[in-house]
Write a protein that binds this ligand. Structure first.
Ligand code: SF4
Length: 388
């Protein structure tokens, strides 16, 4: 028996150029329809063509036939007393991703995932422990923003903007899903969609050096580097990708990225503090020396423990001592507040409780058989994708 294929195009993840191409070339319609649809989908949260009242019945019928607006399905949602919101979204194939919203006095930040799992296997990361399953499509990435934005329409229907910032800092290494992440970030910044400024969309990378240079050619979003160690010896143990792209190579790439801007832009250095591992005074002094030539601000993240992680959160005294050394060296330093503790623990842990982990074992066996490290696998994937 023939299996019916779903050949409808999902419009959710399409940026304006792709949508214009679809309307003009595929439907024989005028270009401006793309802008109209973009506003309906992303500004009004509409996913049914019948609700798009300024579009003719004939065009709506055409759209029903050829296209769909398909957001990820929310299987778990929890709203914390402190305003933090978490969603687990189910994706085709049975996997899931996690998205988190964190409100602060002057902003509301949404932390978005770019992959299901992650191949880079950072030793302190709950997502890394789940292994890599697959890249998210641009629709699945922007779909997380769509779901979160729509959640603020419940139940008061207020249209005030609650999401002021998006950070690509959830599950996955965004630069290993380059094209889809760039397309989705374009929608985040498009005035017909979410209209966020380039300074309020942040891509966080563990240091895929060739991809940082590629990124510099196509976008000007904010850049964060997950550094976590002040020297290569220690970083090799925490972030295996460092064996392929060492700290100097990564910082050079970040400096190149920022050097394009006429206004002052800085790299955010993410540094997860783990008790007794990378939080000693000598580490802080070494970090201060290391970053002397890198325009940056430093975000210290007290480790958020998860079962069998093998690491602990440092005491507040140790965290403050580390920060004070950096402040004395004239760095702009913040300590990330722990939020939403009543709804969950570390990033990636929630999905870890519900995800089928068989793909992880398959990938692991594949890697061992090939004699490859995670860093080599990741690098090969980027090189392959940039050639296509
Ligand atoms: S810290 Fe980021 S890059 Fe490292 S394993 Fe976790 S998700 Fe992947």
């Amino acid at each position: 028996m023939a299996i019916e294929q779903n050949t409808k195009v999902n419009l959710l993840g399409m940026g304006l150029p792709a949508l214009e191409h679809f309307f003009v070339e595929e439907l024989g319609e005028k270009k401006f329809r793309a802008t109209q649809i973009l506003k309906w989908i992303h500004q009004r949260g509409v996913d049914n063509f019948d609700d798009m009242t300024d579009i003719s019945k004939v065009l709506r019928a055409k759209l029903h036939e050829r296209a769909e607006i398909l957001a990820p399905e929310v299987t778990y949602r929890k709203y914390s007393k402190d305003g933090t919101r978490k969603w687990v979204m189910k994706l085709p194939g049975g996997s899931a991703v996690e998205t988190v919203y964190i409100p602060e006095d002057d902003r509301g930040t949404l932390c978005v995932s770019s992959q299901i799992g992650c191949a880079l296997d950072c030793s302190f990361c709950s997502t890394g422990k789940q292994g890599f399953n697959r890249d998210l499509s641009s629709a699945e990435i922007i779909g997380q923003v769509w779901v979160a934005a729509k959640s603020f329409d419940e139940p008061d229907k207020k249209r005030e903007r609650r999401i002021t910032n998006v950070v690509m800092m959830g599950m996955g290494e965004p630069l290993l899903n380059f094209d889809n992440v760039v397309e989705a970030m374009g929608l985040m910044m498009d005035d017909n969609a979410y209209g966020l400024s380039k300074r309020r969309v942040t891509l966080s990378t563990s240091g895929v050096v060739p991809a940082i240079y590629e990124l510099a050619k196509v976008t000007d979003v904010a850049l964060a580097l997950s550094l976590h160690a002040p020297n290569d010896e220690l970083r090799n143990t925490l972030v295996p990708l460092n064996r392929k792209y060492n700290i100097k190579m990564v910082l050079d790439a970040c400096n190149h990225y920022m050097s394009r801007f006429s206004e002052k832009r800085v790299t955010t250095i993410e540094y997860t503090l783990m008790n007794g591992i990378n939080d000693k005074p000598e580490h802080a002094h070494e970090l201060a020396d290391l970053l002397r030539e890198t325009p940056c601000k430093i975000n210290l993240i007290p480790f958020n423990p998860f079962p069998n992680s093998g690491y602990e959160r440092p005491s507040n005294n140790r965290i403050h001592r580390f920060r004070d050394i950096l402040l004395a060296a004239n760095y702009n330093v913040t300590i990330r507040k722990t939020r939403g503790e009543d709804i969950d623990a570390a990033c990636g842990q929630l999905v870890g409780q519900v995800t089928d982990k068989t793909r992880r074992s398959e990938r692991f066996i594949e890697a061992v058989q090939l004699g490859q490290t995670a860093a080599e696998l990741a690098s090969a994937r980027f090189e392959r994708s940039s050639q296509t």
